[in-house]
Design a protein around this ligand. Structure first.
Ligand code: 1HN
Length: 346
């Protein structure tokens, strides 16, 4: 859009209305209505080994209890100081050391965990406890009590993804702590999965939550699904083999505000270019390869993390059979009729 010329009379007018909390649209229109997405969010890669070293150092500085959550925030280089990995989402790496208890609290913000390293620490959500392993995708729905503990002898590391900036945008945040560090366990481990994880549903289920009733999608089953589908040898040019985690009650995304995906890229596969309006956070869990995001190339291996901003071309290339987890605000964009994607010519 055209930049409107300045004249002394116009400048004087802008000055005058400025004092009354008024501004002329014609001076800013081009900045707020862009022909294509124009984001401050930038492509970035974090190597997990670097983060693990800093987390280990943090472990000597502060307990999980004092920190409430011992998390290092993945701050997008274009959005520093805002606790954002993309314009709409938060990401962090959490470490739970042997003996740690991350005390019970609850908040409006929904959270996902994608387990990166360690095995057997627990998270408790809404009265049920689950042991976690690498590759597991675990959900903490909005306003559910949650606490974490580690009774193993090794530290646990996972990726936290939260819809914090979305809740912030709507000024809709509520949070509270608990007087007890750990919530009471009221249901046996595996209860949610038994009821909802086998293509069966309770006959008189009357849940009001928009979040999936399955709170741990174990990697064992995810990996098996990918391996089975791989046998058909039909690859999507842009995605390899990509699946979305779904809510068995609705068929919608597993979480109302965050879409979560798992993707297999076979050895030697190179994807066709793809872009979409949902800025996406990727975490590699298996394999090795590289992704080209805009003008940058990121070499990744297990546990490395990278961001693809809105409307940036991305291609992936795998040197070994590789599995990528990813998440974005796609469910929100689709419900608001804002989501767009471009498969190039593929
Ligand atoms: C939170 O509650 C967790 O429960 C992790 O593990 C990260 C980041 C910001 C706000 C709350 C957790 C968080 C968080």
């Amino acid at each position: 859009m055209e930049v409107v010329a300045k004249t002394p009379e116009r400048e004087a007018f802008y000055q005058k209305i400025d004092g009354q909390n008024l501004a002329a649209l014609w001076n800013v229109m081009g900045d707020i209505i862009t022909p294509e997405p124009k984001s401050a969010c930038r492509p970035h890669l974090w190597k997990f080994d670097m983060i693990r070293d800093y987390m280990t150092e943090a472990g000597k500085l502060i307990t999980a209890k004092e920190a409430e959550r011992r998390v290092l925030i993945l701050e997008n280089p274009g959005l520093r100081g805002q606790s954002k990995v993309t314009t709409s989402l938060f990401a962090g790496i959490q470490m739970v050391m042997p003996g740690d208890i991350a005390p019970a609290h609850r908040h409006s913000q929904s959270a996902l965990r994608f387990i990166l390293e360690g095995k057997g620490a627990y998270t408790s959500v809404d009265g049920e406890r689950t042991a976690m392993e690498p590759g597991d995708f675990v959900i903490t729905p909005s306003m559910t009590w949650h606490d974490h503990s580690n009774e193993t002898s090794e530290p646990m590391f996972w990726l936290d993804g939260l819809d914090i900036p979305i809740v912030q945008f709507f000024d809709a945040s509520f949070a509270e702590g608990s007087k007890d560090d750990q919530q009471k366990i009221t249901r046996p481990a595996g209860d949610s999965f038994a009821r909802y994880g086998h293509n069966l549903l309770p006959v008189d289920g009357k849940r009001s939550s928009k979040t999936s009733p399955i709170f741990n999608y174990p990697y064992h089953y995810t990996r098996e699904a990918l391996e089975q589908a791989k046998a058909r040898d039909e690859w999507d040019a842009c995605h390899g083999l990509k699946l979305k985690f779904s809510n068995p009650e609705t068929g919608d995304f597993a979480m109302p505000t965050i879409g979560t995906f798992i993707q297999l890229l076979p050895k030697g596969f190179k994807t066709a270019r793809y872009r979409a309006t949902d800025a996406t956070v990727f975490a590699a869990i298996e394999g090795k390869g590289r992704s080209r995001v805009g003008e940058q190339t990121f070499e990744w291996g297990p546990r490395d993390l990278f961001v693809v901003p809105s409307w940036h071309w991305v291609t992936h290339e795998a040197d070994a059979d590789s599995v990528l987890f990813s998440f974005s605000d796609r469910p929100v964009q689709q419900k608001l009729d804002l989501f767009r994607e471009d498969r190039g010519n593929a």
